[in-house]
Structure formats: structure tokens, C-alpha cells
Design a protein. Sequence first.
Length: 145
Amino acid sequence: MMYFPGFNSEFLDAIIFSLKKKNKSLKHRINKVICDKVYDVVEEHKIEKLELTLHELKSSKGIVLRFYAWGDRWVWIDARRRGKIGWDWEWTFEGRMSGNCTPRDLVAAIDESYTVSLLSNRKSLVDEIYKIWKPLLAGELTSVK
């Protein structure tokens, strides 16, 4: 059974609720799911952060997707696939979720990003992921180098 931490942040707690609803379908497609509550310390203040990691480790070239969210609706998402040396591919995006984006939309985007990453080994992968996340963000989606 997967562990789901509780949060003081209504936004983060709603993401956890959506993950619980999606848990059964995730378990059948993902080898390992890690969901943690972490605190970032900024100027002596503890800020809650949700860290979600999805592993596809059926082979040494498995995909790892990491998703981090903070209570102020800022999110960071990263996926990569192991190669013989380094990464076959990788992508990282971050941005603030728009006000009309629900936690359910967010979990659906994580799921869709993971699925697209599994099925793709082509250069258009980053464009496909961008199309998934762009409608969910307020302002411009930032690609992290």
C-alpha cells in the first residue's frame, strides 16, 4: 500500500486526495511510486513541499519522473530515461499552476506525462510534454536547463 502524507496546505492536500483516487491505475502501470512530505527552509521558515517520484525500473534504462509542488501552487516536474552513458533523453519544466487548474487536472497531467514518456524516444517528446502542461500554468512555462 502506498503511503500518502497529510499536508497543512489545502492545495497540497487536494493533490494527495487526487493521487489516492488515481492510486489503483498508477499501481498497475508504474513499478515504484514514492510520495513524501518534505520541508524547505527559507529564511528560517519551514515550507511544505510534496515530492512525488514515479519509477519504471523494469530495465536498467527505466524512466524516472519527479514532481514537486509547494502550497503557493508552484510546481516542478522532471523526467529522464537512463541510457548506457548518461541520459537517453530528459526534460524539466516549472511554473505556477493557474487558478482554474484543479489538483485532479494536475494528477492527470502527471499521469499523461509519464505515459507519453514511456511511449516516446523521439525529439518531439519535449514538445508533447509542453502541450500537456501549458494549459495548466498561469503565464509562461519555464524549461529548466
